[in-house]
Design a binder for this molecule. Structure first.
Ligand code: SAM
Length: 280
């Protein structure tokens, strides 16, 4: 038998367990799971969210790395028919393996382990085509970076990738006291909706010719030295006149560029790669 009382929170697994019933209720009502939906919870811990999700969702898969938590989850939930536990690292998990048919989409939720939040978000974004939406608790600072607009101090590679693929919205802020143990920082719930799920996604005017990984590469290079100009940061990748041909002044800084402008620079970079392959 696994008892939640015997389990000691582990820092290396980013364990901060939710215990505030009002916060839990707010998260559950924001998700509003329905009986015909397939939900996936990342990092269920001792089941604070799971116990509510399981009563609403049609199917619930949970992915938990800490094997000591598995018996605790089994004791509570294994009697439910459409419930499965996967004792595995979410970073290595193949989310498409959960799909029961080609038209099914997954709804992802979780109070995520903060120590792996950015790589996990990148891993999940690779699966955007099979995801209906995501509701995650993250450090407030990470949610602010995801939702930042051009010109703001927190706008960077994460904002560009997330907002290229998803509509991102900060739903509400959660104070440290809602968790046990309490983290040092404030947290926030973010809602991410992949753009292919949105009926009217006309906010993107420029089509990406490369992959999201190409876009991430250009964003990383453009922001490599935040105070420097694009001309400087991109000099090994794009010629000055190629930046200008994209309609962008090469004396600008990366933080002033819209997502469309990043897409235009990426397209130029992909074109250069194709041309260099032709001449090799
Ligand atoms: N959902 C619970 C709650 O709100 O009380 C626990 C949240 S706690 C912040 C994060 C959970 O993610 C822990 O249960 C931890 O063991 C689990 N976890 C950490 N790293 C993980 C990984 N790589 N893959 C899957 N789960 C992980």
């Amino acid at each position: 038998m696994g008892s939640p009382l015997n389990h000691k929170a582990r820092k290396r697994f980013g364990q901060n367990f939710l215990h505030d019933p009002n916060v839990i209720e707010h998260i559950i009502s924001s998700i509003a799971a329905k009986s015909d939906q397939h939900l996936v919870e990342i990092g269920p811990g001792k089941g604070a969210l799971t116990e509510h999700l399981i009563t609403h969702a049609g199917k619930l898969d949970v992915i938990e790395l800490d094997r000591d938590l598995v018996p605790i989850l089994e004791d509570q939930f294994s009697g439910h028919e459409h419930f499965s536990i996967h004792n595995i690292d979410a970073l290595k998990f193949d989310f498409s393996s959960l799909l029961e048919n080609s038209s099914e989409k997954l709804r992802l939720v979780g109070n995520l382990p903060y120590n792996i939040s950015t790589p996990l978000i990148f891993h999940l974004l690779e699966n955007a085509s099979i995801i209906e939406d995501m509701h995650f608790m993250l450090q407030k600072e990470v949610v602010e970076r995801m939702t930042a607009a051009p010109g703001s101090k927190t706008y960077g590679r994460l904002s560009i990738l997330v907002q290229y693929l998803c509509r991102a919205e900060l739903l509400f802020i959660v104070p440290p006291g809602a968790f046990d143990p309490a983290p040092k920082v404030e947290s926030a719930i973010v809602q991410l909706t992949p753009k292919n799920q949105l009926a009217s996604s006309n906010d993107m005017k420029v089509q990406l010719n490369g992959t999201p990984a190409d876009l991430a590469f250009i964003a990383r290079e453009a922001f490599s030295q935040r105070r420097k100009t694009l001309r400087n940061n991109l000099k090994k990748i794009l010629r000055n006149e190629q930046i200008t041909q994209c309609g962008i002044d090469s004396g600008r800084r990366a933080e002033t560029l819209s997502i469309d402008e990043f897409v235009a620079l990426t397209n130029q970079y992909v074109l250069n790669l194709e041309n260099s392959n032709l001449t090799e």
